[in-house]
Ligand binder design. Structure first.
Ligand code: ATP
Length: 134
């Protein structure tokens, strides 16, 4: 079976790179998308969520923030602000971030702060979810 290379890149550098992915499942703004070797090339926006990679029949989960995926026949490049493999997620940090964001959202904030807090809450809740796959 031909496999894909998956590269997940952030401003801090590469977070995940494997060349033997059998299937990569992306959470795009339009829904879930499964990618295998030979997929039609495309670029798609990603929402805060996870990337699921199956290699040798085993799945890895990587939490990602908003960004883009570039799909080529033999490769998937993911460019996001932040990404962490389930094993690298600091659960306590994510819980604190969730508490902070919830506190802001419960307060009397202006629109800009609300939007920022909503995104922070989504990132924190996503990390808490993905950490379950440790
Ligand atoms: P926090 O308020 O805890 O910093 P955040 O959502 O504002 O959370 P980001 O701006 O998305 O954090 O990420 C900043 C950096 O910290 C990135 O490199 C990201 O991978 C890392 N990071 C954030 N939260 C966690 C976490 N819970 N576990 C591991 N790394 C994290």
């Amino acid at each position: 079976m031909k496999t894909l290379t998956l590269d997940i890149v952030t401003p801090n550098g590469s977070v995940y790179r494997e060349s033997d992915a059998e299937i990569v499942v992306l959470q795009t703004t339009a829904g879930e998308m499964g990618v295998m070797y030979g997929h039609i090339p495309t670029v798609t926006p990603l929402k805060i969520g996870h990337v699921k990679v199956t290699r040798n029949g085993q799945s890895d989960y990587i939490a990602v923030t908003e960004g883009f995926a570039e799909v080529r026949r033999e490769k998937v490049n993911i460019l996001v602000q932040a990404a962490e493999s389930a094993d690298d997620i600091d659960l306590e940090r994510a819980k604190s971030a969730k508490e902070r964001a919830t506190f802001y959202l419960d307060g009397d904030q202006d629109d800009t702060d609300l939007k920022r807090a909503e995104r922070a809450l989504k990132r924190a809740e996503n990390r808490i979810e993905v950490a379950k796959y440790k």
